[in-house]
Design a protein around this ligand. Structure first.
Ligand SMILES: Nc1ncnc2c1ncn2[C@@H]1O[C@H](COP(=O)(O)OP(=O)(O)OP(=O)(O)O)[C@@H](O)[C@H]1O
Ligand SMILES: [Mg+2]
Length: 321
């Protein structure tokens, strides 16, 4: 139990007799910046948020936020957090201003306090021009911003946002990323996503959840070092590559979808190969393995070999060896 940390200890959750939605999750992250919990549909992300937000009781194990226990200190936690649920919707016949104001009254603020908080939150998220437009006339992206503004308007410094950008177009998504990056200077944001790029762009810490199990936890660099090969080299399609390019004991080779050759290998080997390719004037690119590579590697690892033709899993074999 420590202040300034969010901690889960052997946290498990079972709904009825179903297989566990969370299995012995052990997690410790600092309550500053952005923590992104990454996982596919049904991984258990929302279940974890609901337990931390004291909406749901764990089946076993414990969780604390800044030293406050989710069972023993639920009301204190509720005062200090705000949650943007995955399914949150705005009431269509209210305006953003009215929506945020009524939420603040519900959270216990006086009318005067609520009014001034609405104003500053709307300004902070640049929503002033929409404040009196009916919610039902707003685009999906602006609605999400209104929802984010709603939780931001409270005094809570710990924000849980469950898949804030799912279904948004890339332009609106990057606009929301900009806002979240701004907010993380003053708030701790616990965010869930299935977009790898989102975690890569925003998160200070990343957790990878699959089938209720936490498979990986760390900064992007720490996660990178948890896979065997840290570098990829892509050699252009038209460049012929002799077999001795390929470090059999120290890397993996695959054909890219466009006919290029892709090699995953260690930093040392990548450097050696890059020098050789450069001297031979081959067209190639070199890059650190992406979060996508790591994600599939970690998600693949505990699953046994009965998935021979799964195209998603195919990719992870490259990194596995
Ligand atoms: N209230 C519930 N009752 C019974 N089972 C549930 C309930 N909520 C979630 N589950 C089950 O628990 C598992 C984890 O679900 P959860 O909603 O936490 O996943 P998720 O990672 O948030 O998924 P998504 O990305 O689709 O939102 C799933 O198998 C789901 O069907
Ligand atoms: Mg969910």
């Amino acid at each position: 139990m420590e202040a300034d940390f969010l901690e889960c200890l052997n946290l498990s959750k079972r709904y009825g007799n179903d297989p566990p939605a969370l299995q012995e999750v052990n997690l410790k992250v600092k309550t500053s910046g952005i923590f992104a919990l990454l996982g596919r549909n049904g991984a258990g992300k929302t279940t974890l948020i609901r337990i931390l937000a004291t909406e749901l009781k764990p089946s076993s194990g414990s969780a604390t936020i800044n030293g406050m226990d989710v069972l023993q200190n639920a009301s204190r936690i509720r005062e200090q957090i705000a949650v943007m649920p995955q399914e949150a919707r705005l009431i269509p016949w209210l305006t953003p201003r009215q929506s945020i104001y009524s939420y603040l009254l519900y959270r216990g603020f006086s009318r005067d306090e609520a009014s001034s908080k609405v104003r500053s939150a709307l300004e902070r998220l640049e929503l002033g021009r929409y404040e009196n437009v009916l919610n039902r006339h707003l685009s999906g992206g602006v609605k999400r911003r209104v929802l984010l503004t709603t939780i931001l308007a409270t005094d809570a410094k710990i924000l849980f946002v469950d898949e804030p950008t799912t279904g948004l177009d890339p332009v609106i998504r990057s606009d929301l990323w900009r806002k979240l990056n701004e907010l993380k200077k003053t708030h701790f944001i616990f965010l869930t996503t299935h977009y790898l790029e989102e975690a890569e762009r925003l998160a200070d810490m990343i957790g990878i959840l699959e089938n209720g199990k936490l498979l990986g936890l760390g900064t992007l660099d720490e996660l990178r070092s948890s896979v065997r090969y840290q570098y990829g080299i892509r050699i252009a399609q038209d460049a012929t590559v002799s077999p001795d390019y390929i470090p059999t004991s120290n890397g993996e080779v695959m054909s890219g979808p466009d006919g290029s050759t892709q090699i995953f290998t260690t930093e040392e080997e990548a450097e050696r190969l890059a020098v050789r390719l450069f001297k031979e004037k081959k067209r190639f690119s070199i890059y650190p393995v992406s979060l996508e590579d790591i994600f599939y590697y970690l998600v693949r690892k505990p699953i046994e070999e009965d998935t021979t033709h799964d195209p998603i899993l195919e990719k992870s074999r490259v990194l596995e060896s």
